[in-house]
Ligand binder design. Structure first.
Ligand code: DWN
Ligand code: SAH
Ligand code: ZN
Length: 415
């Protein structure tokens, strides 16, 4: 029987078929990146149940309901990775590291799953090394193509991976950032990686880390696209199940705390000490226990209540409030907390494709940074808190004019 959670059966793990213990529930939610055109605001939006479960067998934390991928990653998917200069620097460094350590052979080849606008592969292209990005969202691929980055506009899965291997040969490196966690259908993805990766190659992925999400109560990392929330322990169990070994882990500061996992075929490289160290730290923190998620749920409810109280008080005092960053994460915050245009007049965002649209579910208008600078509000709710340093430096004029930032991670506070 196919694995999955449609039908009447109790939810089960997409990797090992173990039973899922449902731990955190947001109820019915709109899709994080399904921005609404102003003329369409009366049309019914697609809703799904957003809830987390922990596998009683392998401990992998995952969503209990899968959204059809074609609804999320469409031609007009509006997230462009290169909107952040800090992330551009991060991915240029990732590419340089691969070029120095893994892509040193005569006809080296790297494949990226979820290459988006070419933010990482552009550095590989500039070095003249063979590469291919795979991404189903057409408009972001067009930006990559304009940079000269080679890409396949498709979903990475078994069939596309086998085709790439036949046409281009096997890869030294398969890399994926903020995308592997978006792929519920891991049986097919791992069959694809198995076909496409050289016997001594590496598969490297980086994604938001469950440990950071629990520590910072960053509940907004939970939305339709983020299907899996890995730990070193659950990633190792997954790797072994598919014939791989987790040989390295590295904690990263980007996007509010991530881990970069390095996998090889089992037996190809020896695991470094960081893997056992991280798993021991996770055990000490109880990350494999459902109670940790229950405590997290209570903290996120407190954040919701405090944020709503603050925003209502500011409104009642006649203060002006805008939000900053029409992030995927903010769809969870706004819909879960009940933040609409009555509390926040608009959301500022530097992505041209988002400007002029309305936020999913809550229908707050999205405006350009120019609107912010023309008439600063009294307060700005920082939805893109993971880019706080970059945005606050860019918008120094706001605080100089007496404005204050509202943050809600790790708890509600003013800056
Ligand atoms: O995992 C994912 C990550 C990588 O990107 C995807 N599922 C979707 C998306 O998530 P997100 O929307 O939460 O990502 P960000 O990077 O937090 O989004 C930042 C938003 O803020 C973008 O719309 C761009 C905008 N922004 C801005 O207006 N001015 C960002 C910066 C840095 C700025 O200076
Ligand atoms: N790697 C980039 C983009 C992350 S956004 C970064 O870290 O900034 C997630 C991306 O995954 C989107 O561009 C989306 O179109 C892509 N994606 C979703 N499913 C995919 C699949 N099966 N194969 C390849 N890319 C996929
Ligand atoms: Zn499992």
């Amino acid at each position: 029987m196919a694995k999955g959670n449609s039908g009447l059966n109790a939810p089960c793990c997409r990797v090992c078929d173990g039973r899922l213990r449902v731990c955190v529930d947001f109820g019915s939610q709109a899709l994080a990146n399904a921005l609404v055109a102003p003329g369409d605001d009366r049309r019914e939006e697609f809703l799904y149940r957003l809830a987390l479960g922990m596998c009683e067998n392998c401990t992998l934390v995952q969503l209990v309901e899968e959204v059809p991928r074609g609804l999320m990653f469409r031609d007009d998917y509006p997230f462009y990775s290169s909107g952040s200069a800090v992330m551009a620097g991060h991915f240029a460094a990732v590419a340089r590291r691969f070029l120095e350590r893994e892509l040193t052979g005569p006809d080296a080849f790297v494949v990226e799953i979820g290459s988006n606008d070419g933010i990482m592969l552009d550095t590989v292209r500039a070095a003249g090394v063979r590469h291919l990005g795979v991404d189903p969202s057409r408009r972001v691929c067009e930006v990559a193509a304009a940079k000269g980055v080679r890409h396949l506009n498709d979903f990475f899965e078994k069939s596309s991976a086998v085709e790439i291997a036949a046409a281009e040969g096997q890869a030294d490196v398969i890399f994926s950032a903020n995308t592997f966690s978006h792929l519920p259908y891991l049986d097919s993805v791992f069959e694809g990686i198995t076909a496409l990766l050289k016997p001594d190659g590496v598969f490297v992925f980086e994604d938001p880390y469950l440990g950071d999400i629990m520590e910072r109560t960053s509940f907004d990392q939970i939305y339709d696209e983020h299907f899996y929330f890995f730990t070193a322990r659950s990633a190792r169990a997954m790797a072994r199940r598919y014939g791989f070994e987790l040989v390295d882990v590295e904690h990263l500061g980007v996007h509010g705390g991530e881990v970069r996992y390095t996998l090889t075929f089992a037996g190809s490289r020896r695991p470094g000490p960081a893997v056992a160290e991280m798993i021991a730290a996770e055990e000490a923190a109880g990350l494999h226990r459902p109670e940790v998620l229950a405590q997290f749920e209570r903290r996120m409810q407190r954040t919701r209540d405090e944020l709503l109280t603050l925003l209502r008080t500011l409104r009642d005092q006649g203060r002006t409030v805008m939000a900053y960053g029409a992030t995927g994460k903010s769809t969870t915050v706004a819909n879960y907390c009940g933040i609409g245009p009555d509390l926040v007049s608009c959301v500022i965002d530097n992505t041209p494709a988002k400007q002029g649209m309305l936020t999913p579910g809550t229908h707050i208008p999205i405006r350009s940074p120019q609107v912010f600078r023309e008439a600063y509000p009294d307060y700005a709710l920082l939805f893109a808190w993971n880019h706080a340093e970059e945005i606050m430096a860019k918008e120094r004029g706001f605080t100089e004019s007496g404005g204050q930032w509202i943050l809600y991670i790790p708890q509600v506070h003013l800056v």
